[in-house]
Design a protein around this ligand. Structure first.
Ligand code: ADP
Ligand code: ZN
Ligand code: ZN
Length: 677
């Protein structure tokens, strides 16, 4: 009689990811001889490597022939199993995004859990065991909620079971306060509950973390984002997994954390594209969070001043419950006045119109802050030769190299290539090469010349490359050490600057005519966000003002913006989308391909498009991607869509294996619900 036990495990491998191994206690040290359960980690041999694997099933028999089957090398009995809900969540994500389950599960776990040596894991577990199991925390004084806010907290906390609440609140309307008081109410009702709070950007975690620590002294709060060291990540992840952390605050990857007592999910700035992972498993953290809430029958709260059109549409259909905050929470903090500056009439010099310069001067005199928003980092987008028309191209991409003057470099923002700045034109030898256009660095330089007495400060991806430098930079603004802040979209989001009364958007027009049908939705959200940084504190500061420089002063987007009219804007755009047959009225998937030559990529896509036809599926023609060449590879894409999500999913289940069977040498990937097409 064969009494061997086999484990079916998931591995982080690209194709099939389930494999059977023998569990042979006799070859393991005594503490590892207990038979592992589904949800536990083990180490197995794979090829010549030893890799971590997730136990999915315990089997009495296997189809693998006895001379082929290999044995489990080690188990991790010290780590409590991931529960069935977590396994179901990751299995759902794998099925929905059409990836092997191991590729979803294993990368979601901290490295120290999967390492061959257990030193780091054991150290973290030991550290955690010294926390009190029943922590006590206080709730410090909080502002009294206004009626609108109170209604949202009531709805979120009194509801029974699954509900998606869409909190549509203008900037500064006190959404954060709603999150804090919902958390407080819930934890008062159920002290061992867990709450997951997602923010779109790592830069927004310190601010919210501070709010949480000040509001809830003694509360175990864990954080998960890409800025943690492996040791920290292990500790925070385990705290959530073991049910100690009451609140887990994190970026999109935190949606896959293990939270056995999860009772509420909050997603701040739910419209933000950062919730979409853009490589590997291309998941939407917002969508997975909603699925997770449904699975656990708990509420999920999505907050935004400019909801995604998907969410807005869902609210109109009654699938989500719309909760609205119509005014700013701080007494006498009114929404800023948004004004359009017509650049045809008010000629800018160095990118700044006279009205913007006057407005800055006024803030400087009053000791208040100005924010100049320019969504383009670097000194100038290109270096050019006026004699022959040469502009600095990236030799590897269909894009130009950006001038970074201070570092004496030309840089490609797409592939990362760097070059020294040429002294003469490579084509004609002209020595007079000029920067063309304007980036944040040049703007910073211009402002320093115009306002020599002012403290000008720039925040963008270049100025905050070092760990901790972004947080320090934002602190500087909060502490009033900055008069004029220059920044990209990094400064647009979420920050609660108290002395900021002027925002100027210098060059937003480019996005108006983009090929990407989502560009206007994004532009509106971005401008609304950045405008929302102004005038948040009220009091006797200069009335808050937002100046938008444009050559298209009559564009409907700017008019909706001036009226702070997100619902009006959303209505127009939804109508356009319906007429054009775009999401949220259809469901899409995108097949991307890259090859040394465009023709190869397109040929593969053409073949792919003819593999399978289905009456409910529309397969478009292959087209080159907007940025066709990236790092010496040409890229093309094929869009498929359907009015029915299940039909699209069923199609993908059949189509993707057929694509694999082509065994093409072209590199390809499929994205479900793409946001960038
Ligand atoms: P949002 O997240 O909607 O942009 P915040 O939650 O940051 O807005 O709130 C903006 C400001 O209003 C903060 O300074 C906050 O402390 C304050 N605030 C929020 N709710 C109230 C309230 N009910 N009473 C007084 N001040 C409030
Ligand atoms: Zn030239
Ligand atoms: Zn490049």
């Amino acid at each position: 009689m064969n009494s061997a036990i086999y484990l079916r495990v998931a591995l982080d491998t690209p194709l099939a990811s389930l494999f059977d191994y023998r569990f042979d206690p006799a070859i393991l040290p005594p503490e590892q001889q207990v038979q592992p359960q589904p949800g536990q980690l083990v180490l197995v041999p794979f090829g010549r490597q030893q890799v971590a694997a997730m136990v999915m099933d315990v089997l009495q028999e296997t189809d693998v022939p006895p001379d082929k089957i290999r044995s489990v090398l080690a188990t991790r009995p010290q780590l409590a199993p991931l529960n069935a809900e977590w396994l179901a969540l990751t299995q759902f994500a794998a099925a929905y995004y059409h990836r092997p389950v191991g590729e979803v599960m294993l990368p979601a776990l901290p490295k120290n859990l999967k390492a061959l040596k257990t030193v780091a894991l054991d150290k973290a577990l030991k550290k955690i065991s010294k926390q009190p199991a029943q922590p006590v925390w206080q709730v410090s004084t909080a502002p009294v909620l206004n009626e609108e806010q109170a209604a949202v907290v009531d709805a979120v906390c009194q509801g029974n079971g699954f509900a998606t609440h869409l909190l549509f609140g203008v900037t500064g309307s006190g959404k954060t306060e709603v999150y804090l008081q919902s958390a407080a109410r819930l934890l008062a009702q159920e002290p061992d509950a867990q709450i997951l709070i997602l923010v779109p950007e790592i830069n927004l975690t310190p601010q919210l973390e501070n709010h949480l620590r000040t509001r809830f002294p003694g509360m175990p709060v864990a954080t998960l984002h890409s800025g943690l060291s492996e040791g920290e990540r292990t500790l925070h992840w385990l705290n959530a997994h073991l049910g100690h952390a009451r609140i887990l605050l994190g970026t999109r990857l935190a949606v896959l954390a293990s939270l056995p007592k999860l009772r509420l999910i909050i997603i701040d700035e739910e419209h933000d594209v950062s919730y979409k992972q853009q490589e590997g498993l291309r998941y939407s953290a917002r969508d997975l969070a909603i699925w997770r809430a449904h699975q656990r029958a708990i509420p999920v709260l999505l907050g935004s001043a400019t909801p995604s059109l998907e969410s807005w549409y869902a609210a109109q259909q009654g699938r989500y419950q719309l909760r609205t905050l119509t005014k700013r929470a701080v007494e006498d903090a009114t929404l800023p006045l948004i004004r359009i500056v017509n650049l045809e009439r008010e000629r800018p010099s160095e990118g700044l119109s006279p009205r913007v310069i006057t407005a800055i001067t006024k803030r400087l005199e009053a000791g208040e802050q100005s924010l100049l928003f320019l969504n383009r980092r670097g000194y100038a987008p290109v270096l050019s030769c006026e004699a022959c028309g040469w502009v600095s191209p990236c030799p590897r991409c269909s894009a130009n190299l950006v001038l970074h003057k201070r570092d004496h470099r030309l840089r490609c923002h797409h592939c990362g290539l760097e070059q020294r700045i040429p002294h003469t034109c490579p084509d004609c030898g002209n020595i007079d090469l000029q920067p063309l256009g304007r980036g944040t660095q040049r703007l910073e330089e211009v402002l320093a010349t115009l306002f020599p007495e002012a403290r000008v400060f720039r925040i963008d991806a270049d100025s905050t490359r070092l760990k901790g430098s972004a947080e320090a930079a934002f602190d500087k603004v909060h502490d009033g050490e900055v008069d004029i802040l220059v920044g990209t979209q990094m400064v647009a989001k979420g920050h609660d600057f108290k002395r900021l009364t002027l925002v100027a958007a210098l060059n937003p027009d480019a996005a108006l005519f983009s090929q990407d049908y989502r560009a206007s939705e994004r532009l509106f959200a971005q401008l609304m966000q950045v405008a929302g940084r102004a005038g948040r504190a009220g009091g006797n500061l200069t009335p808050a003002e937002v100046l938008v420089q444009t050559r298209y002063p009559d564009h409907p987007l700017y008019h909706a913006l001036m009226r702070h009219d997100y619902p009006g804007f959303a209505k127009d755009i939804l109508l356009e989308r319906q007429q054009a047959g775009f999401p949220p009225y259809v469901y899409q998937a995108l097949l991307r391909a890259e090859a040394a030559e465009l023709a190869q990529a397109v040929a593969f896509l053409k073949e792919a498009s003819e593999l399978l036809s289905h009456p409910q599926i529309m397969v478009h023609d292959p087209v080159p991607m907007t940025l066709t060449r990236l790092a010496n590879r040409d890229r093309a894409q094929l869009l498929i869509e359907s009015a029915a999500r299940p039909a699209l999913q069923a199609y993908l289940r059949e189509w993707i294996p057929a694509l694999r069977a082509l065994r093409s040498r072209v590199k390809w990937s499929v994205e479900v619900d793409p946001v960038d097409i």
